[in-house]
Design a binder for this molecule. Structure first.
Ligand SMILES: Nc1ncnc2c1ncn2[C@@H]1O[C@H](COP(=O)(O)OP(=O)(O)OP(=O)(O)O)[C@@H](O)[C@H]1O
Ligand SMILES: [Mg+2]
Length: 332
């Protein structure tokens, strides 16, 4: 079955065609560059950009996939969580398409989409597994028992991991969103240059990133302009080490506690090189697998939404066309 996926929850307009929840036939992603000058996503501007680009991106996705709309068996679109205006553009477009062509429709939880990126990329992933969701808006450890069966073991009490990467990147003058640029700069720095605080002693699987972000800001303020210029890469590397160490420590502990053999990383921060390397290493030491999506399936994309929609359709059937955008939609 060919699924058309649509994702517009934030500042990426993306449309994809995925076959049987396993094979990506096309996955067109347009990241809205306009927000860079504001240093963050402006919701109203994002909605307007989605409106301008959704039709051409949809046409490009069909063209690149080599299939026609008549061959599409399912339409899936993100209904939340995300920004309500942007969500409404993709969701309304998807519902209109499904209704006019009498194609079954499935609304998708964006976080379930991030989880599905791993199912799409790793066909032998065990049904029962643990996933670390680390994105621009979320940081949580989730035990997965099957499609739609999730137990959240813990989440962040304040900022998300991706948000902390973006804020520190901004402090270091790397632009927005700066997670990937910070990762790159950190490779040239010394992770042991400065020991930033690691919030590990709080409740078991809860995370906290606001203290770390403030510690970096205070450290940067204490430096002279010359010292800052000299140590930018070291600060990036030291921040990244603190941020990643906590994620790795808690994920390995949860994997042992919950007795799972497969652990996945989901969401944009799954692209982080230190997180991928360190979590793989520590899980291998206890005989567990660490899986993460290829780069293009880590940050927001419609292929993961198409895959999540397909799995949901197999298990629960089609959804309702009355489905509305839900900005704070929960995973559980
Ligand atoms: N290599 C990297 N290292 C660290 N962070 C990264 C890297 N690449 C991307 N990111 C971060 O990933 C985040 C984007 O991820 P994603 O697109 O999943 O978030 P989102 O969709 O905004 O949030 P959510 O999925 O929670 O709604 C940004 O914060 C970005 O800086
Ligand atoms: Mg996302």
């Amino acid at each position: 079955m060919l699924t058309l996926g649509i994702e517009t929850s934030c500042d990426e307009t993306s449309v994809a065609v995925v076959e049987d929840g396993r094979t990506v036939r096309s996955n067109v992603i347009l990241s809205q560059a306009i927000h860079t000058k504001f240093g963050g996503v402006v919701p109203e501007v994002a909605s307007r950009e989605h409106l301008k680009t959704i039709v051409p991106i949809y046409r490009q996705a069909l063209d690149e996939s080599g299939v026609t709309l008549e061959q599409i068996g399912l339409v899936a679109a993100t209904m939340g969580p995300g920004l309500v205006g942007p969500l409404l553009v993709g969701l309304s477009f998807a519902k209109g398409l499904a209704y006019s062509r009498q194609i079954p429709f499935v609304p998708v939880n964006h976080l379930e989409g991030h989880l599905a990126a791993n199912m799409l990329a790793h066909h032998d992933l065990k049904t029962h597994h643990l996933t670390l969701v680390v994105s621009g808006g979320h940081t949580m450890l989730v035990e997965v028992f099957g499609v739609g069966e999730y137990s959240i073991l813990g989440k962040t009490r304040d900022d998300a991991a991706g948000e902390a990467f973006d804020k520190v990147a901004k402090i270091l003058g790397l632009g927005y969103p700066g997670g990937a640029a910070l990762d790159k700069l950190a490779r040239q720095g010394n992770p042991a240059y400065f020991r930033f605080p690691r919030a590990v002693r709080s409740e078991e699987y809860q995370f906290s990133y606001s203290g770390l972000k403030t510690a970096v800001a205070l450290h940067v303020q204490s430096l002279s302009a010359e010292a800052l210029e000299k140590h930018r890469a070291d600060i990036a590397a030291s921040f990244q080490a603190a941020a990643v160490d906590v994620l790795v420590e808690k994920t390995v502990a949860a994997a042992n506690d919950r007795n799972v053999s497969d652990v996945t990383i989901s969401g944009g921060v799954a692209a982080n090189s230190r997180l991928r390397a360190l979590l793989s290493e520590k899980l291998a030491q206890v005989g567990k697998r660490c899986l993460f999506p290829p780069m293009d399936l880590c940050t927001d994309n419609a292929a993961m939404i198409a895959a999540a929609g397909y799995y949901r359709y197999q298990k629960f059937g089609a959804g309702e066309l009355v489905a509305n955008a839900v900005p704070y939609l929960a995973l559980e």
